[in-house]
Design a protein around this ligand. Structure first.
Ligand code: RP5
Length: 178
């Protein structure tokens, strides 16, 4: 197995259904990664030690997802110089608003690139990691451009075809009512 370029950590195994959306993107682009459960509150020493060792192992980007008072991304950002992408997980009764604020409100000097709450944010964390890695990898940059073009095509042809089908069905239904 190749050395991981991206490390994905999460506060609990209960975050897997959200954080797997980041991993799917990394897999799509064939980026070597590793996944670990580490908590800012339950395993603070291990989380710090893990973050401190990332750069020397060649890891370029760290994605950290957590719920409730989600200090994981910020706590590890304080321990490493590689870019940290934070994903607020919607696991608490506040539906992730608590995680969002805990992740995004970093004090000046210790940045975390905070994504949206939940699965969409995890997906974007994967995409953002690809964009960072593509800066120094022309082949990855080319594949990223293809991905962007495909995303546009999905909207222009795929979504608009679905809309046309929907409108045709409605017109047909209205005809039956007359
Ligand atoms: C956070 O608390 C985790 O990231 C998770 O989202 C949440 C709940 O954890 P469990 O009680 O399910 O382990 O630290």
């Amino acid at each position: 197995m190749k050395n991981p370029l991206v490390a994905v950590i999460m506060g609990s195994d209960s975050d897997i259904p959200v954080m797997e959306h980041a991993v799917r993107v990394l897999e799509k682009f064939e980026i070597p990664f590793e996944m670990t459960v580490l908590s800012a509150h339950r395993t603070p020493d291990q989380a710090a030690e893990y973050a401190r060792g990332l750069a020397s192992r060649g890891v370029k980007v760290l994605i950290a997802g957590a719920g409730w008072a989600a200090h994981l991304a910020g706590a590890v950002a304080a321990q490493t110089s590689i870019p940290v992408i934070g994903v607020p997980v919607d696991s608490s009764p506040l539906n992730g608003m608590d995680s969002l604020l805990s992740t995004v409100q970093m004090p000046p000097g210790v940045p975390v690139a905070a994504m949206a709450i939940g699965k969409g944010g995890a997906y974007n964390a994967g995409v953002f990691a690809v964009r960072i890695l593509a800066l120094l990898d022309p082949d990855l940059a080319r594949r990223y451009d293809l991905f962007t073009a495909q995303t546009a095509d999905d909207v222009l042809s795929g979504s608009n075809q679905k809309l046309a089908d929907y409108m045709a069905k409605r017109t047909q239904e209205k005809g039956h009512l007359r």
